[in-house]
Write a protein that binds this ligand. Structure first.
Ligand SMILES: Cc1cc2nc3c(=O)[nH]c(=O)nc-3n(C[C@H](O)[C@H](O)[C@H](O)COP(=O)(O)OP(=O)(O)OC[C@H]3O[C@@H](n4cnc5c(N)ncnc54)[C@H](O)[C@@H]3O)c2cc1C
Length: 337
């Protein structure tokens, strides 16, 4: 039986973000047959964010100092919440803010931590954490005997908790901030991409552009401007997130023509990212293994490629359309416009 503590930071309006609510789903699984306390930190906490949540004690640490992501104040708040609850298991969503501060807290409190956990399950009463290794090629289900065991759940793969009913009573927890904890001042938040925002983690669809978009086509010419227009239109009408193969983004640093709104941040794969979307559409991308390992968490996969023997055809996609992506995307844009 585990005494579980779920930790989360609130959004500016006091509510819980999507990643936090995914973390709460995991905490509820871990707490089956045991108990669940909750600790929330932020400028303010809206109790309605937890309406209907079957939690024991809900403690809060609030105030202007706790509204920003800062190691000193966050670590002090998480440590106080853990001490107040004495849990065996601490579960939180692996947001940037949590990932920065919780490992240090585990160290301070003599616990251990696993990050990038993609699922929690109970087997014979024991909690098992699922984690991928070697760039998402091997999966392990692991347990630990050390306590307190801290678990950071990777965002985007678990169900989003939603409840309704009575809001829980909140128990404010005063936290003394030792000198130096507010030394770092947060000046503001700057988006990663200065140009068109093409990386959309919450999009239902991942659209991947491969190097074929800039290769010579049937008329013996390359048409990168046409490719850029078609892809930009597609992203606009579908709201999809833009991913890329390494070959395409590398061309930019080698001085060749690429899509103007593409950077290495868009790269999916072994040396790129592992995005999480329900569906994916790869176009003009060969589907080589170092690229496809980045598709681990894309559930339904479709591909447009001229080559019926491309890598995707070897069991890596659900549907392969052997077709010209220029023609297909142009027609799709017309239909969706
Ligand atoms: C250690 C290592 C790490 C790597 N990490 C990554 C990584 O993180 N991400 C990654 O992507 N790659 C990675 N790679 C590179 C990877 O192996 C491939 O080289 C790369 O993914 C190929 O990109 P591509 O499919 O876009 O290009 P290509 O292999 O050139 O394929 C282009 C495709 O476009 C198709 N095509 C052309 N015109 C059209 C058209 N009009 N309509 C439809 N299809 C068309 C062609 O048939 C072809 O299949 C890595 C390699 C190594 C060795």
């Amino acid at each position: 039986m585990e005494r579980v503590l779920f930790l989360a930071h609130t959004e500016a309006d006091g509510t819980l973000g999507k990643a936090a609510r995914e973390g709460l789903s995991a905490a509820l699984v871990a707490a089956e047959g045991g108990s669940l306390d909750i600790g929330l930190v932020g400028a303010q906490v809206d109790p309605a964010a937890l309406a209907g949540c079957p939690a024991g004690t809900v403690r809060t640490v609030t105030g202007p100092s706790f509204g920003v992501s800062r190691y000193g104040t966050d670590a002090a708040a998480w440590a106080a919440l853990v001490r107040a609850s004495s849990p065996t298991l601490v579960v939180a969503a692996g947001t940037a803010r949590m990932a920065r501060s919780l490992p240090g807290v585990a160290q301070r409190l003599g616990g251990c931590i696993d990050t990038q956990v993609t699922g929690l399950q109970r087997v014979d009463g024991a909690v098992q954490a699922q984690r991928w290794y070697y760039r998402q090629r091997l999966v392990a289900n692991l347990t630990r005997t050390a306590r307190p065991w801290f678990i950071l759940v990777t965002p985007g793969v678990l169900p989003v908790w939603q409840g309704s009913g009575a809001a829980p009573a909140l128990e404010p927890l005063p936290v003394d901030l030792p000198v130096g904890t507010t030394r770092t001042e947060v000046a503001g938040v700057e988006a990663a991409s200065a140009g068109a925002q093409t990386i959309r983690p919450d999009a239902a669809l991942l659209f991947v552009a491969g190097a074929g978009w800039t290769k010579k086509q049937a008329d013996g010419q390359a048409h990168p401007e046409q490719a850029a227009t078609l892809i930009a239109q597609f992203l606009e009408v579908t709201g999809a997130s833009l991913g890329s193969s390494k070959s395409l983004v590398d061309q930019g640093s080698e001085g060749e023509a690429v899509l103007p709104f593409l950077t290495h941040l868009n790269q999916v794969g072994q040396t790129g990212s592992t995005p999480r979307h329900p569906r994916g559409l790869a176009t003009c991308c060969h589907g080589e293994e170092p690229h496809v390992v980045g598709w681990r968490f894309i559930n339904e996969r479709r591909v447009v490629n001229l080559d019926p023997n491309c890598g995707w055809a070897r069991g890596k996609a659900d549907v392969l359309y052997v077709a010209d992506a220029f023609a297909v995307i142009r027609r799709v844009n017309e239909l969706l416009a």
